[in-house]
Ligand binder design. Structure first.
Ligand code: GLP
Length: 244
């Protein structure tokens, strides 16, 4: 779906998330949301905060799993995805902190594999993701599944692509300060979500969106794997869709 601009698109996605939360509330069930970081979802989160404050949308029944976190990363560092999520969403709504899951960037190397398995199990234990929202990196990554990721990959430690680290350089005051690794949900983890929405705005994303939507399905552009799913929607603004 192509919207005139990011504002219209974000409004639509926030409404959709609000509807899932409310439908689940009516049934006395939890809404399980897969969340993303980066500049792309910021407007969606801002609208959800507004829906909480102005319309009384409650997050009491919401369980969240974030896609990824840099490794190593302290949760209180300003570049952490923990800090990002608190700032953009969690500090402003009534979510129960125990329902928030973000990959742990503080683990010792030998703890990571077990932790990643338990992350997958936790998602399954609460019934799986009702919705996963995604941005897209210029390498075609979703989460931090860089080129070379397998379609059935699970949550794991990955090495970041040079372009991804360059794109993150501003947040870290130079590429040399950007961690070389991250913990990310896998493509396989993302695929298990009942619904997936990939969002992209601006001309900067137009060429990778063309590849993701129209390109050959290949591990060289992990987002092309989304072409294999019937549960995926690409939500774009006119600029991001301009090369389609
Ligand atoms: C990071 C995140 C991705 C995100 C990408 C795009 O790499 N791990 O989940 O999609 O950035 O970022 P932005 O939305 O700022 O363009």
């Amino acid at each position: 779906t192509v919207y005139k601009d990011q504002q219209e698109a974000a409004e639509e996605i926030a409404q959709q998330i609000g509807t899932i939360i409310k439908l689940k509330q009516e049934k006395g069930e939890n809404a399980v949301l897969g969340l993303a970081t980066g500049a792309t979802p910021v407007e969606v989160y801002a609208r959800l905060v507004r829906m909480h404050k102005e319309e009384g949308l409650s997050f009491k029944n919401v369980i969240t799993f974030n896609l990824d976190e840099y490794y190593p990363m302290q949760p209180d560092a300003k570049q952490s995805y923990v800090a990002f999520m608190d700032e953009q969403l969690f500090n402003h709504v009534d979510i129960d902190r125990k329902n928030i899951h973000i990959p742990d960037g503080t683990l010792a190397a030998e703890e990571i594999a077990g932790y990643c398995l338990s992350y997958e199990h936790k998602i399954e234990e609460v019934g799986g993701l009702d919705l996963q929202i995604l941005g897209i990196g210029r390498t075609g990554h979703i989460g931090f599944n860089e080129p070379g990721s397998a379609p059935n990959s699970g949550t794991r430690l990955v090495t970041l692509d040079d372009l991804t680290r360059r794109d993150a350089a501003r947040d870290f005051g130079g590429k040399e300060n950007v961690p070389t690794k991250a913990i990310t949900m896998g493509i396989g983890t993302i695929f298990k979500a009942k619904e997936i929405i990939l969002m992209a705005w601006s001309k900067k994303k137009a060429s990778i969106i063309k590849k993701a939507v129209e390109g050959e399905i290949s591990g060289n552009v992990p987002a092309t794997y989304l072409q294999l799913s019937d549960n995926v929607k690409f939500v774009l603004d006119e600029d991001a869709a301009s090369e389609l």
